[in-house]
Ligand binder design. Structure first.
Ligand code: SF4
Ligand code: SF4
Length: 301
């Protein structure tokens, strides 16, 4: 029985491909994008999320933690995350919901049981199941079996990927994947590495190989102010995409700040704090640049 680590299953998702979808979020990602809107997805391990405003100071977690990871320092609730073994003891007794666990091991069968509850919605909307994350290809066996099982149930399948994975893993999932949502962030490899932690050669190489198979692809470009939204990069993206076949659509995803609070919950630093999202007009201007390269289906989200 193949199992893997997920941190969420979202029902009735409408932004993760066509129709109404169920999106399974897998944990673990090889990238460290500055703007990541799912910081709890980065680590491949389970971790606790702490929301101080919900804490009623009942003291349970201080007593329950065998590792003494919770401590009151000058009346501030401090979590020593390096001590945490993710045993879950503090989560169980926190009736205020201030501590949650992000990450659980599930089998393919358990995920499919959840996914199939929404089957009627897929049929009416031409939706299906989407694997997202994190990076689904960071758990290649689990993703492969999820997609295979979904296809066996007659569902439309999507994988939402950064493309940063060995080609052999991508090749294996293609027969069970109807559509690929593929992120492109920066055409300059050094800049790509500065923004995401990895260079872009593997990602571009995999994209070209996928398109050579004829598989349909939707490209997703996160538009991040002062990071990748300069005209030079948008022109380079347009120029590159004009040479790629089978791109059905290009979505410009406007940066938003909804994830800021999640960084606090995970104990991670949010390095883009305070940055303003691009306006719709600014995003439209970038869209017009892409249209100059003959890309017909470009949207702003
Ligand atoms: S168990 Fe929850 S509510 Fe109680 S002190 Fe800990 S975090 Fe706060
Ligand atoms: S999950 Fe376990 S080890 Fe981690 S802080 Fe809670 S009680 Fe302590």
């Amino acid at each position: 029985m193949v199992s893997g680590m997920i941190f969420d299953i979202k029902h009735f998702a409408v932004h993760d491909g066509p129709g109404i979808r169920t999106t399974v979020f897998l944990k673990g990602c090889p990238l460290r994008c500055l703007w990541c809107h799912n910081p709890e997805s980065m680590s491949p391990h389970p971790q606790i999320l702490f929301t101080p405003r919900r804490c009623i100071a009942c003291g349970h977690c201080f007593e329950a933690c065998p590792e003494k990871a919770h401590e009151l320092v000058n009346d501030v609730h401090v979590i020593h995350r390096e001590r945490c073994t993710a045993c879950g003891a503090c989560v169980e007794g926190c009736y205020a919901g201030a501590i949650e666990m992000a990450g659980r091991v599930v089998t393919v069968e358990e995920v499919m049981e959840e996914v199939l509850k929404d089957r009627a919605f897929y049929e009416n909307s031409r939706g299906g199941v989407t694997l997202s994350g994190g990076e689904p290809l960071a758990q290649p066996e689990f993703s492969l079996e999820l997609l295979r099982s979904a296809k066996n149930h007659g569902l439309h399948t999507i994988i939402d990927t950064s493309g940063h994975a060995p080609w052999e893993q991508i090749e294996r999932i293609l027969p069970y994947t109807d559509l690929i949502l593929y992120d492109l962030k920066h055409m300059d490899s050094k800049r790509h590495k500065a923004l995401t932690g990895v260079p872009n050669e593997l990602i571009l190489d995999n994209l070209r190989r996928i398109t050579e198979t004829g598989h349909p692809i939707w490209i997703r470009i996160p538009l991040i102010p002062d990071q990748n939204d300069d005209d030079e990069n948008i022109h380079a993206l347009g120029n590159y995409l004009s040479t790629i076949k089978n791109v059905e659509r290009v979505d410009i995803l406007r940066y938003h700040r909804l994830a800021e609070s999640k960084y606090g919950q995970t104990g991670l630093e949010y390095r883009l704090r305070g940055m303003e999202p691009p306006t719709k007009e600014e995003a439209e201007a970038k869209r017009r640049i892409l249209l100059k390269y003959g890309l017909s289906n470009v949207t702003v989200k």
